[in-house]
Design a protein around this ligand. Sequence first.
Ligand code: CUA
Length: 155
Amino acid sequence: MQIHRYERWWLTFGLGMLVFFLALIGVAAFADNINPPSDMQQIDPTKVSRTPPFDKPGLRQRADGSYEAYYVAQVFTFVPTQLTIPLGAKVTFYVTSADVVHGFFIPDTDINMMAVPGWVNEETHTFTRPGQYLLICHEYCGIGHQNMFGKIEVR
Ligand code: CUA
């Protein structure tokens, strides 16, 4: 079989690029130790319901007056499903997953992250507007994904 010279050049070039970019991904993943965004700590995803403070998810006040909210995402619900937050509260959300990757998105706030099994992600928002907020899973997580949401009331 005969391969035209230019064709051979392009094949070599294409394969070279493939190897080059795969190597870059490998370096980024292993040598640079790339991790999920905003990760703060790791957690055993099979023991979330027994690991404090995720064994009792929900809102609690800190000594400085701010709040922290612990959430567990699991197919196909958030725990807690419903949360009431005082108006003006600065809340840091700590989120993990007990099974697969979920999303954790509260429209009209700064909160937009992933819930990744094995990791605890965190983001902070100050609630200055009263009303009902939705908490939405915006990562496809399975057959019940579209029903996975929670409610937050700020008053
Ligand atoms: Cu959980 Cu989509």
